[in-house]
Design a binder for this molecule. Sequence first.
Ligand SMILES: Cc1cc2nc3c(=O)[nH]c(=O)nc-3n(C[C@H](O)[C@H](O)[C@H](O)COP(=O)(O)O)c2cc1C
Length: 344
Amino acid sequence: MTGWLGLLRRLPPETAHRLAVRGVRLAPALHLPRSERLRARLGPLDLPHPLGLAAGFDKNGEAVDGLLRLGFSFVEIGTVTPRPQRGNRPPRLFRLPEDEAIVNRMGFNNAGMERVAAGLARRRRRGVVGVNIGINRDSRDPAADYRRVYERLAPLADYVALNVSSPNTPGLRDLQTASRLRPILGALAEAQAGLGASRPLFVKIAPDLGQTELEALVETAVACGVTGLIVGNTTISRPEGLRSPLSREPGGLSGRPLFALSTELLRRTARLARGRLCLVGCGGIFDGRDAYAKIRAGASVLQLFTALVYRGPRVIRTILEELEALLAGDGFARLEEAVGADLG
Ligand SMILES: Cc1cc2nc3c(=O)[nH]c(=O)nc-3n(C[C@H](O)[C@H](O)[C@H](O)COP(=O)(O)O)c2cc1C
């Protein structure tokens, strides 16, 4: 391990993360080869390739342009809550290098919607940027609070992701049940009508959902006109075979050990959605084979986070080159043709 990545890995995780966000702001443009085969669609939005950055890296939208320059085809900022929030007490971020994983219990630390809105408003709008929205830990009225963040930030973004799946805000994941989700989606639909600005809406789900909950969630999302689902967030489970002692820390697990679980959830979701929702595959993508497996399991686009921590920005190019070769090898002229190929 040499260079910047090696240096960052020797620092405490949160210090390294802060420095990485600052460093990315100064990042030069990395040129990726253009490929017709890799063109993708995030709902109605056209992308040059399918690989985006997942929420949590740039919670306040401070490094969006730098992240786009690194080569991500879209960047999701957040989670942003109505009011600023400090999050949980440190330590709350743990590297599990033996497992190429991370455990985090950050708890929606963020600068709040006003600061984030000011930053987004200063940008020249270029590239696809999504805002992942959440609620403060002490929220008494989730539907009203999600609506406030939506109204403030949706006009400044290309899409909105509703986070009802973070394990680090008590009770948040209960909002995935159809009866709790419906009023929230209703409030956002009203907000959207009021703004007169339509933005694609994605719901980000937990990889720990049971089949009955998943079925109800998919039908609710379709009925409420949601564009798609992000599948998914970190897991509170601990898959067998984890080697790092830090895996016992409470919080959400991401990275390699999340791949199988999140890809299985993606497959189940795709079977239920039957083409009615755009699915974003996220969880444990480290190389082209992982990316290809998610596409074949039903994802139209992809997001990653943990691989960026362990591999650095060149992982973007490597994944795309490998994915292109795998698609070509199987005779797919366009990525779209491979979406759901394993579903039978
Ligand atoms: C340190 C850290 C912070 C995260 N913060 C958020 C967040 O604020 N909102 C969110 O929706 N997901 C958050 N995530 C989850 C990621 O967006 C992603 O869903 C998850 O890490 C799985 O992808 P990966 O295995 O490629 O990392 C966070 C993940 C990590 C590692």
